[in-house]
Design a protein around this ligand. Sequence first.
Ligand code: PEP
Length: 253
Amino acid sequence: MRRKLVAGNWKMNGDSAFVSAFSSAIAPNIQALPEGIDVLIAAPTILLPQLCQEFALTRVLVAAQNVSSYASGAYTGETSAEMLSKAGCDACLVGHSERRALFGDTDEVMLSKVRRLLEVEIQPIFCIGETLEQRDLGQASNVVTSQLALLLDNLSSEALGKIAVAYEPVWAIGTGRTASPEQAQAMHERIRDHVRQKDAELAEKMVLLYGGSVNADNSSELFAQPDIDGGLVGGASLQADNFAQICKSIECR
Ligand code: PEP
């Protein structure tokens, strides 16, 4: 049975007081979840040490939203994977559509980021997804599988087994317009089939998340789909009560 994962992405929100209030509100809810469900929060870099400290004795995992593609050295403004590891991070987003669109993260850069993270045993959460224009042109499957091919073509099955993939249609991120459970399941099935062509065992164990306007009203139906193993939740992860509800809506199958 695959583990379930609900990941919150705070994007560029939060401060120290918010971290304290959020952690005390969420931790008891998460402790009560059945074994087999992981919960993590991806926060801005400056909040990560505090978040790691607040969640140290809880089941909540901590993720960064970005990492340098370089290991160390003269890269002003960057944060290395080793620094994240020493701060206590468990995971890190790579390839979020906002990074692809606004910060020019290319395939080469994203692959290097994934490699740097794997070197220090931080789990990459690799985000893929098509734009509305690509979907309307009937290109959604091809776009998503070619984004995934970056990993499948360049990493071993062993390395791939350490990565979670988040399918996030760009048209559903922050728009309030979520993919229907059927649309999301169809793409997740397609993604898993694509991984199966490389390695059947890997396909069965790879954790696939859905992201895009997930909230407490739509999460149970999305998470009930057979190939959806959890979610990447942006806006709704900023309210502890809502996020706790979303985490509770996932069931172990
Ligand atoms: C995200 O930031 O990855 C995301 C899915 O955002 P939202 O849930 O707000 O659409």
